[in-house]
Design a protein around this ligand. Structure first.
Ligand code: SAH
Ligand code: SF4
Ligand code: F3S
Length: 472
């Protein structure tokens, strides 16, 4: 049993990060013969992409996928730890899995992802969820075949969670969810340690992948007919700062653009490391999408300082202005936390002021959720919960007003849309995203799936738009 340790997770070692290559263990390639796995994913794109790796690892062991938990021999929840409600959802789901396991004892139930990296969660599992079979961390994905084998052989809870990151593992197999757009990790971990955030503890220190591996992956995707890549990292602008060679995000963006892939996106940008050179490169290449996610978190200098964000309201607004000037047709979105400890009505109004200034295309808004082990969880929190809820509602109202306004600019315009598949709206309605990341529903033939088409926007709503194909 290898359980996570919060103190160790905080440590940033000077250990040199090497590159290891993933090898399929031929002796385990029939372990899942005739068996089905069910994998449910919570959290961010990083987790979505980890799930694509986990699926491929399992399929190399002859497991096949099912989307019906009742039908599964292996149930895995790839979890997120960012807020308390993410935790609650997972424990709720585990209750359902337990019911199934009581009826079908051979089923293997496990969790992985960011919650598995938390000491408090694993302690709870050891004490209250002994019936579970496996827990493995974000740094242990490559070892899944062996963890699974041990759990099956020993018939008892198998836990393998490294508290500290190991080397970068290249060549992990991947089963991509889409045939047209792909996630690519360009870096792992985060060293920013914003005071509210659990990610630096669950994902380890910042480790950038070498450009050769990233570019090779993009080139292969181009060859396979992919149209879009999203470069993933907790703060992609800091890409390369941990590498020996002098090669940063602006260089990587430029090299990825030169591969000729039709669309390049990147998330998430931290306002702190956004350089003028990066802005120049985004402007220069048509295949770098004019869409920037620029988390604000708060508009109050006092709160930003308590959050450890290392920029002021004025610096943020200046960067936003610079981006809009250089990329006038871009869309800019953000993340905002309300109800951080010590946030007064005045502080909150500073946040509203930034929203009024930046008029975001959309925003993800959250109530502060204390995470065990983070500095903010120890701060005295004197903001009543009802006040936090009321602030969230006021913020959402303003954010939605600007989302609708931003979308209205698209009415009757013709925009390129990568048509991805069927819309949730059903019947012959397809969906896709504009270069600026606006969701568009289009009534057209399914032969257009997997192509970029010019679409005329007919109707505009707060979160989506309806359009028709523009005839040539
Ligand atoms: N790396 C990204 C953020 C990833 S987490 C960045 O720095 O921008 C996504 C969002 O979740 C954050 O931007 C923040 O708004 C929110 N978040 C993170 N920790 C939180 C917490 N403890 N309570 C509430 N929201 C939180
Ligand atoms: Fe969390 Fe801050 Fe790192 Fe983003 S930059 S993952 S908010 S610590
Ligand atoms: Fe959640 Fe981990 Fe992503 S905490 S947001 S899944 S990095």
């Amino acid at each position: 049993m290898l359980v996570p340790n919060l103190k160790q997770a905080k440590i940033r070692t000077k250990n040199k990060i090497e590159i290891d290559k993933y090898k399929v263990d031929e002796t385990l390639k029939n372990l899942g013969q005739g068996k089905k796995y069910f994998l449910k994913t919570y959290g961010c794109q990083m987790n979505e992409h980890d799930s694509e790796n986990i699926k491929a690892i399992l399929e190399k062991m002859s497991y096949t996928e099912t989307i019906d938990m009742e039908d599964a021999d292996l149930i895995l929840l790839n979890t997120c730890a960012i807020r308390e409600n993410a935790h609650n959802k997972v424990f709720g789901y585990l209750g359902r899995a337990k019911n199934l396991k009581m009826r079908k004892p051979s089923v293997i139930v496990g969790i992985c992802g960011c919650m598995a990296q938390e000491e408090v969660v694993v302690n709870k599992i050891i004490n209250e969820y002994k019936w579970m079979d496996i827990v493995f961390g974000t740094h242990n994905i490559h070892n899944l075949p062996h963890i699974l084998k041990k759990a099956i052989d020993n018939k008892k809870l198998e836990i393998e969670v490294f508290s500290c990151e190991g080397n970068i593992i290249e060549d992990i197999p991947v089963k991509r969810d889409s045939k047209y757009k792909a996630w690519i990790n360009i870096m792992y971990g985060c060293d920013k340690f914003c005071t509210y955030c659990i990610v630096p503890y669950t994902r380890g220190k910042q480790r950038s992948r070498k450009k050769e591996y990233i570019l090779k992956e993009v080139e292969e995707l181009v060859r396979d007919g992919y149209l879009e890549v999203t470069l993933l990292g907790q703060n992609v602008n800091a890409y390369g700062k941990d590498l020996e060679e002098d090669y940063g995000m602006e260089n990587l963006l430029e090299d990825v653009a030169k591969t000729g892939i039709k669309r390049i996106r990147f998330v998430t940008s931290h306002p702190w490391d956004f350089t003028d050179k990066m802005i120049e490169v985004i402007k220069k290449y048509d295949n770098i999408m004019p869409y920037i996610h620029l988390p604000l978190q708060s508009g109050s200098d006092k709160i930003l300082k308590l959050m450890g964000r290392r920029y002021t309201k004025e610096e943020y607004l200046e960067l936003h202005k610079k981006l809009k000037k250089a990329l006038p047709n871009s869309s800019i979105t953000t993340d905002i936390i309300v109800g951080f400890p010590n946030e007064t009505e005045e502080d909150f109004k500073e946040t509203l002021d930034v929203v009024n200034n930046c008029k975001y295309d959309s925003a993800f808004t959250f109530i502060f959720s204390p995470r065990v082990g983070t500095p903010a969880a120890k701060m005295k929190d004197d903001v009543p919960f009802e006040v936090k809820q009321e602030r969230l509602a006021r913020l959402n109202e303003l954010v939605n007003k600007y989302s609708k306004e931003a979308n209205l600019k698209y009415k009757d315009k013709v925009v390129p849309v990568l048509i991805e598949g069927y819309s949730e709206k059903g019947d012959n309605i397809l969906m896709g995203y504009t270069d600026t990341m606006k969701l568009v529903n289009i009534k057209c033939d399914k032969k257009y799936i997997g192509t970029i088409q010019n679409v005329r926007i007919k109707e505009v709503k707060t979160w989506s738009m309806d359009g028709v194909l523009e005839e040539d």
